[in-house]
Design a binder for this molecule. Structure first.
Ligand SMILES: [Zn+2]
Length: 255
């Protein structure tokens, strides 16, 4: 029996693949949600490899500082047909939303989760890019990509699509609208990209703090967007918390 155990141990430690697999299995359990996110971005990256290298330059995970805040952009595709700014949400379930609504809904059966409208978020990215590159906003195309597991019911002129449709969606844009050399744009973005891990980490921490601060303000019935008072309102779909400065400020949150 002892001998058997010894042999097993010997084979195990002699074979780095075994050790690797065990470590990998442990990491998968511990970092599950992080891995789902990373895999989502990985699949988008592999999809984008299908674009011809001659006509499209793909940049992934770009972090840019503008007006003292850092912005993380998942994927940028530069072509003479425009600069595509891609925001990925690795969400499954049924996704319902509108181009101009503050929040969208994710349904898993009867369970309902609200999340920030990613079109707004990506518009912020687009504006930052337009600003740092000094290229007009209408040369940019925003695309929101959800996972293939998602059922998408979003009414919007901006493409909100499953991953499978990404490359075809990009190829649909075939009017040459950019007369600047695309490698010049790519070089500029690579220069601006923050590569320092410490600054990148700080950016993620800032986002977490902002969410905490916003929640605290809502608890105190203060609008995190404009500082106005929040009110409990009754809408078509039940009561919610809305800003007293409506319609100037459209902040709302489900109760
Ligand atoms: Zn407000």
């Amino acid at each position: 029996m002892n001998e058997l155990v010894n042999t097993v141990i010997e084979v195990f430690f002699a074979n780095p693949i075994f050790i690797g697999l065990v470590v990998l299995a442990i990491m998968c359990v511990v970092f599950y949600s992080k891995i789902v996110g990373i895999m989502g971005e990985f699949w988008v990256k592999t999809e984008l490899w299908k674009l011809s290298r001659k006509d499209y330059i793909v940049l992934n995970n770009i972090m840019i500082c503008s007006n003292e805040t850092t912005h993380q952009i998942d994927h940028i595709v530069i072509s003479k047909y425009g600069i595509f700014v891609i925001e990925t949400k690795n969400y499954g379930g049924l996704i319902i939303g509108k181009e101009h609504s503050e929040n969208w809904v994710q349904y898993f059966g009867k369970k309902k989760y609200y999340f920030k409208n990613p079109i707004y978020q990506n518009y912020g990215h687009l504006k930052v890019l337009s600003d740092v590159l000094n290229i007009s906003e209408n040369k940019f195309i925003s695309i929101i990509v959800l996972s293939n597991r998602a059922k998408v019911r979003v009414t919007s002129n901006i493409p909100v699509i499953q991953l499978d449709l990404l490359v075809n969606t990009i190829k649909k844009y075939n009017n040459e609208i950019l007369d600047i050399d695309i490698s010049t744009i790519a070089n500029k973005l690579n220069e601006l990209n923050i590569k320092d891990k410490k600054i990148r980490k700080k950016h993620i921490e800032n986002i977490k703090t902002k969410i905490k601060d916003d929640n605290k303000k809502v608890d105190e019935m203060i609008c995190p967007k404009c500082g106005g008072a929040l009110l409990i309102k009754n809408g078509k779909y039940g009561s919610f918390i809305g800003c007293s400065n409506y319609p100037k400020c459209r902040f709302f949150r489900k109760r």
